[in-house]
Design a protein around this ligand. Sequence first.
Ligand code: 5GP
Ligand code: ZN
Length: 113
Amino acid sequence: MADCLFCKIAAGEIPSSKIYEDESVYAFSDINPQAPFHAIVIPKEHIASADDINAQNSHLIAKVFEAIAKIAVQENLEDGYRVVTNCGKDAGQTVGHIHFHVLARRYLQWPPG
Ligand code: 5GP
Ligand code: ZN
């Protein structure tokens, strides 16, 4: 998608700190980390939000979770981590390309604020 920040990051047009990449998925460090480890994991193909997951593209979401399991091993997240996707205004979604926050290396309150 022409004007999408995360499409540009996945394409390498905007620099980012890469954590993981495969043919379908790109993961990078969040610019404003909310935990000592804070990755953003995205499908390379543009999907706007969780509202837009469907039978045609859900395999890409499965790829994201396969990548997260690999990242957890790669980054030694054996004490646990949280995966979050914000969808829409009330959840605070600020970038319109679906992304999964992976937060770790501190105790994470439940329920979140
Ligand atoms: P949201 O609020 O949409 O769930 O999450 C968007 C996330 O993207 C935020 O945590 C924000 O810090 C991060 N972010 C926004 N712009 C950039 C950027 O240009 N580079 C990186 N690495 N992270 C970004
Ligand atoms: Zn995009």
